[in-house]
Design a protein around this ligand. Structure first.
Ligand code: HEM
Length: 444
């Protein structure tokens, strides 16, 4: 019989939390790091009377919660209540039976064989955005990738059914509402003011406007006998076990969710990757050689992306150091215990993927950018860029193929030059880049 010792969770007091509040609002990661260094891989942060969050950077514990005992863990209200009012109740924002039903229905649309049909559209969208890149000028690369990632999701969903004006408006609303959500989460004491001042109402109206645009696109598609084999066709074809299709408002919720989930994460990751490449010209050369060979040796884009393992490892390594989804929260439905740590029912858990991905326990020289570490696949257990378990990112293959196409197309056409030493981060709902300045030199 293995005897497991009971372990108390070290506590960080409310006073310490309040003393550090200003720097936590600016960037919570150094505060988290200091506490992990002081207390170990788990600590409880008291944030008010009877309110605390348990912070973890234990990969095994994360696997336990997200995979082994996932039935006992649900998402917190940030995603299932706060985000719902803007994007509705779909994959990212629901729990329990409703989530399960939607996941089963939507999963097949993201199968590799369907994504293969979308890759030409994705590459076309990438090329349109890269026309904006001017060689010899210092630019912040984030806005380019931000537009690229939005265009890619919209065009994969609707082919050419949405006008550029509609796409721009959908992007504007998605981004404005995400900014508003950040304000609500970071400044909860202003919630009453947001409501009284009409700010909240304005943002809910924006959501309604998006829904109207999407309803029109869906109606037109339903009347059009032509097949496009885009994501919208897949979602319209999908049937629940009882043979019924998705209700129209549910379909619109899911589309809004794909905008939110698929756009900022990808643009963050591409921005960080580009900055890391700017600092590592020898890695750009290796990508260039691989991509040149793959583009000559393959006949489809699916073959091409699968023929670029080094480029893929560069992106994986970039997401290790800068995971766009840098934390994940869960709440336990019933009391639980893991390795002697007792969790009361309803505990708020927050796993820091940023810390797990940089932990010396799991990674050799963790702060070094070394794509080759993924060749040996030594540490898959401590790597969570797309989450884990049944709620793992449904768009992970789509995102990887899109990013391989984006990086390879960039390197085929340009050398990326470094213009600043450090890579700045802005940890909001996702881990965003800040001042992502680089320069480009056109390849001959
Ligand atoms: C680099 C790009 C991406 C990253 C790092 C990323 C990361 C993640 C993570 C960590 C989760 C799990 C959240 C949780 O369990 O709490 C997730 C879920 C999700 N992602 Fe992604 N994602 C990316 C791109 C995409 C794309 C391109 C799409 C769609 C086009 C997408 C759609 C979704 C959806 C719908 C969910 C919810 C799945 C569910 O709960 O069943 N993601 N993503």
């Amino acid at each position: 019989m293995i005897l497991i010792m009971k372990r108390e969770i070290p506590e960080v007091s409310t006073l310490t939390f309040l003393k550090n509040a200003a720097r936590i609002v600016k960037n919570p990661l150094p505060f988290h790091h200091e506490n992990f260094q002081k207390h170990g891989d788990i600590f409880r942060l008291n944030i008010g009377p009877k309110k605390s969050v348990i912070f973890c950077r234990d990969a095994e514990f994360a696997q336990y919660v997200l995979q082994k005992n996932q039935k006992n863990y649900i998402k917190s209200e940030i995603q299932t209540k706060d985000l719902v009012k803007y994007v509705g109740n779909g994959l990212l924002t629901s729990n329990g039976e409703h989530w399960q039903k939607q996941r089963k229905l939507i999963q097949p649309a993201f199968h590799k064989k369907h994504i293969a049909n979308l890759l030409d559209t994705v590459l076309e969208a990438i090329r349109v955005e890269y026309v904006k890149i001017r060689a010899g000028k210092t630019i912040d690369i984030f806005p380019v990738f931000n537009d690229l990632a939005f265009q890619t999701v919209v065009k994969s969903l609707f082919s050419s059914a949405a006008s550029q004006e509609e796409i721009n408006r959908l992007q504007y609303v998605t981004e404005e509402n995400q900014k508003m959500l950040v304000k609500e989460l970071r400044q909860p004491y202003k919630r009453l003011w947001f409501s009284l001042s009409g700010k909240l109402k304005y943002h809910l109206k924006l959501s309604e406007e998006s829904r109207l645009i999407l309803r029109n696109i869906v109606h037109k598609r339903k009347q059009n006998p032509k097949r496009y084999d885009d994501l919208l066709d897949m979602l319209l074809d999908a049937r629940y076990e009882d043979g019924q299709p998705m209700r129209e408002e549910q379909l619109i919720d899911e589309i809004l969710i794909l905008f939110v989930a698929g756009h900022e994460t990808t643009s963050n990751s591409l921005s960080f990757t580009t900055q890391l490449l700017a600092q590592n010209p020898q890695i750009q050369d290796k990508i260039y050689s691989e991509v040149k060979v793959a583009s000559e040796a393959t006949t489809s884009l699916m073959e091409f992306v699968q023929g670029c393992p080094y480029t893929q490892n560069v992106i994986l390594e970039s997401m290790r150091l800068y995971p766009p989804a840098y934390f994940m929260d869960r709440v336990n439905l019933e009391e639980d215990e893991f390795n002697g740590i007792k969790l009361d029912k309803g505990s708020d858990l927050l796993f820091s993927f940023y810390e797990i991905h940089r932990s010396e326990k799991h990674w050799e020289q963790p702060l070094e950018f070394n794509p080759d570490r993924f060749t040996s696949e030594k540490n898959p257990m401590a790597y969570f860029p797309f989450g884990a378990g049944p709620r793992k990112c449904i768009g992970s293959n789509f995102a990887m193929y899109e990013m391989i196409l984006a990086v390879s197309e960039l390197i085929l056409n340009f050398k990326i030059l470094s213009v600043k030493e450090d890579i700045e981060i802005l940890p909001l709902i996702t881990l965003k880049p800040k001042n992502a300045y680089v320069e480009f030199e056109k390849r001959a």
